[in-house]
Design a protein around this ligand. Sequence first.
Ligand SMILES: [Zn+2]
Ligand SMILES: [Zn+2]
Length: 450
Amino acid sequence: MKSITTSFKLTVLISFLVVGVIIGYVVAKTTSHWSPTPKEQQLVKAVSGLGVVGVQAADTSKPTLQSANYSRTGAVKNRTVYYPGTEDLAPDEMRVITCGSGMPVPSLNQGAACFLVELGNGDKFIFDMGTGSSERLMSLGIPLDYINKVFIGHLHMDHMGDLPAFWVYGPQNNRSGPLYVWGPGGGGTRPEWSFKESMENMKKMWAWMTGTLVGTIDTRAHQLYVTEFDWSKINNVIYEENGVVIRTIPAIHFEQSVSFILEWNGLKFSFSSDTVPNKWWVKYTQDSDLSIHEAFFPTGMWEEKYGFSAQEALNASTVIHTSAVMFGKVISLTKPRQAVAYHFTNEPDSLPKMVDAVRETYDGPVDYATDFMVWNVTKDKIRTRLGAYNTFVYPVPPLEEKQIATSGDRYVTPQWVTNGIEPELLPVIQKIYDDFNEEYGTDYQYPLKK
Ligand SMILES: [Zn+2]
Ligand SMILES: [Zn+2]
């Protein structure tokens, strides 16, 4: 009797779960006009059959229940979250991390455009460095000497606003070598607007900060190697080294703007930066493994969310940028293995509207980027996950011994300023020096001579 009751209860419970999932599916489908892709249909089918109520994104492979897969002391493998710095990259693998997916509006959830591409050969490349992206890059805990190559698609603040911070903070954050930057110029553009000119002006703007540090800490990180390329050239190779080729195509975004295509080891990564869908993108990004293209809000949402006038909204989302429905169309023309929509405020109210708009013109695989969204790409598999992030950041220890300039153009604070030290402080400072000299066996005297 007891076992019959239990079995009956179990049957009822499973029925409820299955019915719940089916109702949930139908409600989701009818309320959001969501037309599932074959992958999504398969997922729902699998979930309904099992009576599982939660739907896990991305990975559909089922874990086995063999206890040998787990250990009481070892780390659990195959997490659905990416913890930076805990996973080796396979020799044939590409990992892409979103360090900025959002808009010019400064936001705690989303920095502006920035994607880090890591390759199994050890190379790492940063594409765009919008405002808010440098703290996201720092939170990954990667030595700065490994992330020293930055490619800028155009000179809008939301695509390069954090480049000064990333460059100037190099010494304090243990970058020991130069920063290498690539950006667009030429092509008939006003020369004073070129990337090279912009970098010269950046150096001038921060001359006081970089100059006063010389002789105080290791400032080798302030060396800046600037490569300007002609933005108007089509499928133009701007980088070729170690099996990696990076090309640019013109973008339709005022002028002096490009999109990037990176190829390595049979894998292809495309990044639009900002552009209206164009014939060069359609021709040269075909069959990308990972294709990241901007996707702006539909016109009405600009008025609702940003307070734009109707005309401003129309202009922003169709003449300078790519409205979500346009994103769907251009992606359906290029058929990447995995598409990524970025450059919109991704929050619970806006996301379903973006999905609806994209689904009008595209029914393939697409991710809607948030910061720290991560893709692991190999020829066999593309895996999408969200990354955990550290909000209390210290710099990673340096890879090389520090070298402080001892000659040349060292800066020294004028003596009348240093002589202004409050005399009552001198014994306190003297104790610091006494303790230091005792610990390190040195004989430093205050004030330290540089
Ligand atoms: Zn722009
Ligand atoms: Zn932009």
